[in-house]
Ligand binder design. Structure first.
Ligand code: ATP
Length: 201
């Protein structure tokens, strides 16, 4: 039987994309032996989170960040009002049917899984590759697994063996607002932000 394509799904606001995202994607691709990692900037957050840069700018920043990594690809979502996890999976599934799917995410996103829309449908379709964001993880893993257990949600998941990176897009936007040089943004993405005048006070 032909080997199934191993497809990583990496959703986020990427406002802006930073080296914490790139590190997570590289480590997950190595660890999960992924053939491809699909980056999907979300159009509107499925939770109440303010997005600053436009969808096109966020896509362009991701394209810039992944340009030199052939197995990283950007995929645009259809223009629907929300981007739930199940919508991302469906978009990827249309392009890569009959594959094995791996969902890349940080612990903070994983901890919200017990509240995701249509989680019962999504959870069995993927293996969850989870990156730490701080040590010890917060909320604690026992809290998160207790919530999943209470809902009878069983999942395949792996913790990526990587050192937590404290980078966040929020801190980067705050640095721009304070006219400080942001940490953890690649030179090419910084140039895009400068040329487009994004995140200015
Ligand atoms: P914000 O600060 O605006 O909330 P963010 O830095 O968390 O943004 P997102 O685009 O929301 O970036 O994140 C996309 C995915 O990448 C999420 O699953 C998130 O947990 C993960 N992620 C972001 N930054 C890191 C990091 N430094 N280490 C590990 N995972 C990360």
């Amino acid at each position: 039987m032909a080997k199934l394509h191993r497809v990583g799904i990496f959703g986020g606001t990427f406002d802006p994309v930073h080296q914490g995202h790139e590190h997570l994607a590289r480590q997950a691709a190595d660890h999960g032996q992924l053939d491809v990692v699909i980056w999907l900037p979300t159009r509107a957050p499925s939770h109440k989170k303010q997005i600053v840069a436009s969808y096109e700018d966020r896509c362009a920043m991701v394209e810039t960040a992944i340009a030199t990594t052939p197995h990283f690809k950007l995929m645009r979502l259809p223009p629907t009002p929300t981007s739930y996890g199940i919508d991302l999976w469906q978009t990827v599934h249309q392009h890569y049917p009959h594959s094995q799917y791996y969902w890349l995410l940080g612990w903070d996103s994983f901890a919200s899984l017990p509240y995701w829309y249509q989680r019962q449908a999504l959870i069995p379709k993927v293996t969850w590759l989870v990156a730490p964001r701080c040590d010890p993880p917060s909320p604690s893993s026992s809290q998160v697994f207790e919530q999943l257990h209470q809902q009878n949600l069983k999942l395949r998941w792996q913790f990526l063996p990587i050192t937590p990176q404290t980078l966040s897009a929020t801190a980067i936007r705050q640095a721009y607002q304070a006219q400080r040089n942001p940490q953890g943004v690649s030179t090419a993405v910084k140039a895009y932000i400068r040329d487009r005048g994004l995140y200015q006070p």
